[in-house]
Design a protein around this ligand. Structure first.
Ligand code: NAG
Ligand code: NAG
Ligand code: NAG
Ligand code: NAG
Ligand code: NAG
Length: 420
């Protein structure tokens, strides 16, 4: 509204004046979401930090920094596409939390535990490969509630350190006052609840539905309770992608007699279990919104996003003939270049010439290119229930998402940011 139109309105009927006054009040009153004590330069509509919880799809070192297991991601060609070396990620390059950091021009999200340089100003990553939302320790002793307990202990320690020592040398690297309340809490977990039960624990589909999923949901609700009581206000849950279309499931389950496949060749009962998990997650989050009003709790529909990529691969730069095939793996088992006995990075394995065209990296995990598309959607609120469009609200810059970007080009000579 221009000054002249406001001036004209002095002669207007009362309700016109009232509308003009309400308009001005709306413009002049700060949005309630803005904290009473904002830290200079940090816009509270946008996350000031990220706190991530999850499994290998978002692990940035949580497994390899803790367990000396000689896992594949320690070997080339893991990490090659962005880091130019193995970078403790189950990927050829960046995973979704990396893209989130790049979009906000933050340092890469640090794993909770890391030797040497660290930087918790922008949050921390508690994700660890093989973990579950239920208390399943079949592949990793750490499950979701342990990650949450680690967060709580971390917050206590960091706060105590900040308060105790006037000239603590590492104070500058600890979370800032607004990192907890104005941070975005992201969760990517649940796929292993289903897969561990079926592939490792010989549980039936019925047991997954009646035991595993309800246990997982109790823990998700407990997670939200614990984190809200620690000041969390913004949550973004990623549901489970359709693992029935993953290279590993399509390879190792292919020989089950009478196995039902859909018209893409995906294993129907695995996808149905993922959808059962996702339906339960929808219901759990609906309850959480009632229990904890005033918080923003969103769900990114990873299942729908993955399905969109598999259905229209060429729209997003993927090769339609290769959507189910592992870029890095070995022949000998089925036709998708996944051999559980010769996995990516081991002698006898091969790597495709152009990982950019692939959805699947190593038979189990996705590629750098796939996670880029997922991050673009999640940040813009696409496929999201209760969406927040960070792309527009925070004027995000996706230049560092380019295929040609490398760690050194994005973070030249950085001492603050590490990945090993
Ligand atoms: C899962 O573990 C937590 C502790 O981490 C415990 O409080 C909870 O009762 C356990 N849940 C089940 C179903 O055993
Ligand atoms: C952050 O919190 C500490 C301890 O409560 C306080 O001394 C400091 O002034 C706060 N800083 C800002 C910028 O609010
Ligand atoms: C798996 O469970 C089925 C029953 O659901 C049982 O018949 C079979 O022996 C079990 N297999 C193993 C390896 O434990
Ligand atoms: C979960 O809720 C979203 C949003 O309403 C919906 O699009 C999706 O289909 C639901 N998922 C399941 C598995 O019911
Ligand atoms: C989010 O904002 C961007 C930039 O304005 C826009 O291109 C995009 O369509 C928006 N996302 C959704 C899901 O509306």
């Amino acid at each position: 509204m221009s000054t002249s139109s406001r001036a004209r309105c002095l002669d207007c009927p009362f309700w016109h004046k009232l509308a003009a006054i309400l308009f001005l009040v709306a413009v002049l009153t700060p949005a309630p979401a803005v904290s009473a004590t904002p830290i200079k330069g940090r816009n509270h509509v946008c996350p000031t930090a990220f706190w991530n919880f999850g499994d290998s799809l978002t692990d940035t070192g949580g497994t390899l920094d803790v367990f000396a297991l000689s896992l594949d991601p320690e070997r080339s060609p893991y990490g090659e596409s962005f880091f130019k070396r193995p970078a403790k990620r189950f990927c050829n390059g960046r995973v979704v939390p990396d893209y989130f950091s790049l979009a906000f021009k933050y340092p890469l999200l640090q794993p909770y535990l890391q030797a040497g340089a660290f930087d918790y100003n922008y949050g921390a990553n508690f994700a660890s490969g093989g973990t579950t939302a239920s208390n399943d320790t079949s592949r990793n002793p750490i499950y979701l509630l342990n990650q949450v307990a680690q967060f709580v202990r971390f917050k206590q320690s960091a706060t105590s350190q900040k308060n105790q020592f006037a000239c603590h040398a590492f104070k500058q690297f600890l979370p800032r006052n607004d990192s907890y309340g104005e941070g975005l809490y992201t969760f990517e977990i649940g796929g292993n609840d289903v897969l561990n039960a079926i592939l490792l624990k010989n549980q039936t589909a019925a047991q997954v539905v009646t035991q595993v999923i309800p246990d997982a949901m109790m823990n998700i609700l407990a997670t939200i309770k614990i984190l809200t009581s620690n000041g969390a206000k913004k949550f973004l849950f990623f549901n489970t992608p359709n693992a029935g279309c993953s290279t590993i499931a399509m390879t190792v389950l292919a020989s089950i007699p009478g196995l039902q496949k859909d018209d893409m060749g995906c294993i129907v009962f695995i996808n149905e279990l993922d959808q059962a998990y996702n339906k339960a997650l929808n219901d759990t989050i609906a309850s959480a919104r009632l229990l904890y009003p005033g918080r923003t709790i969103s769900i990114f529909n990873y299942y729908a996003a993955n399905l969109e990529i598999l259905t229209n691969p060429s729209l997003y730069g993927f090769n339609p003939a290769l959507t189910k095939r592992a870029c890095c793996g070995a022949p000998g088992f089925g036709t998708l270049n996944f051999n559980p006995l010769v996995t990516c990075g081991n002698p006898g394995s091969n790597k495709c010439a152009n990982p950019e065209e692939y959805v699947n990296w190593d038979g189990v995990h996705f590629t750098d290119a796939f996670y880029r598309q997922i991050a673009l959607w999640a940040l813009s609120g696409k496929f999201t229930d209760n969406p927040v469009n960070y792309t527009s609200l925070c004027k995000l810059d996706f230049r560092n998402f380019a295929k040609s970007s490398t760690y050194n080009s994005v973070y030249p000579q950085s001492c603050r940011v590490t990945f090993t």
